[in-house]
Ligand binder design. Sequence first.
Ligand SMILES: Cc1cc2nc3c(=O)[nH]c(=O)nc-3n(C[C@H](O)[C@H](O)[C@H](O)COP(=O)(O)OP(=O)(O)OC[C@H]3O[C@@H](n4cnc5c(N)ncnc54)[C@H](O)[C@@H]3O)c2cc1C
Length: 294
Amino acid sequence: MVGFYKFMQLAQTPETGVWNQDYVYYVTERQYKHAGCKVEWPWFLNMPGLKYEKFDKSQVPQGLGLQYGFCCDGVVISTTLYMVWLLNENLKTGRFKIQRRSISDLKEAIGLHHRGKADIVVNATGLLARDLVTPEEAAKVHSVRGTTLLVESNAGKQYTVKDHDPEFPGEYLYVMSRQEGGTVIGGCFEKDAEHRKTIDPAQRQRYLDRVKKYVPHLLNSKGELDIVREQVGFRPGRVGGPRIELDQKWTHDNGGVALIHNYGHEGSGFLSSWGSSARVLKVVNDFLGFKAKL
Ligand SMILES: Cc1cc2nc3c(=O)[nH]c(=O)nc-3n(C[C@H](O)[C@H](O)[C@H](O)COP(=O)(O)OP(=O)(O)OC[C@H]3O[C@@H](n4cnc5c(N)ncnc54)[C@H](O)[C@@H]3O)c2cc1C
């Protein structure tokens, strides 16, 4: 929730890389049946102030096997632009010195503070947290493979078509246009498939077939997609969801330098980033308050 309102606000400033784009969401008949004929709205439809319009079966585009849907206000984060903006916002404060280092033990982070020794270490290492935390915690970390096509055309809106293909249950169509031009088409959610580093042709074809069916205005005059790039990424998943907490044992073992974990955000690390940061800040403040009392 924190993130949604923050990104809506950032969308008012073009150089952030965040921009408004209406969101269209459809659920197919077979997804509806797979869910036991239950209508399932995403959590964010309950957010106060969000404008939306729901569609029943008679109001969704006909002949495509769709059951229901909605459209609402939305934002897209063009991550390449957004990350640069975010970095610059931090640099502008003059309070940061950036270093690019690989560490093999979280203790090494203590000595990387530009004034000498850090009082607080935040572990935001995503999937690679599994190499830095205890074996019990590492066992909870897993990857969720995602593949996307970046194409030249612009969809005008964001689309999600929630479907249940029994042959490919971890796939459904999502489409997001970027502020700098082009559109990202996804996607899939495959657990522990890090050995698969490229998109296979059959999957690329399935993405094309879905676009042809649901978002045909993305195709060029030959009925094809002008693909700029194919991308494969691994979402940093964690059994039990994100871990945001003070590591009491590590903190005790390292002379009171606080270690705060912030990893395991899987497929929503951008969306949840402002909320997660607020939680990290609360953990920091609680820790400092506790220390001051001692
Ligand atoms: C295909 C795909 C689609 C996605 N779509 C969305 C979306 O629509 N919305 C959304 O919110 N999220 C989305 N995500 C998920 C999002 O990208 C992640 O949740 C997010 O990047 C996690 O951020 P993070 O900072 O926790 O980890 P990361 O982005 O992985 O960053 C971790 C950092 O820690 C550094 N690091 C790790 N180990 C070490 C070490 N030993 N020493 C030094 N540095 C280290 C890494 O170099 C890296 O810079 C998607 C992901 C994929 C793959």
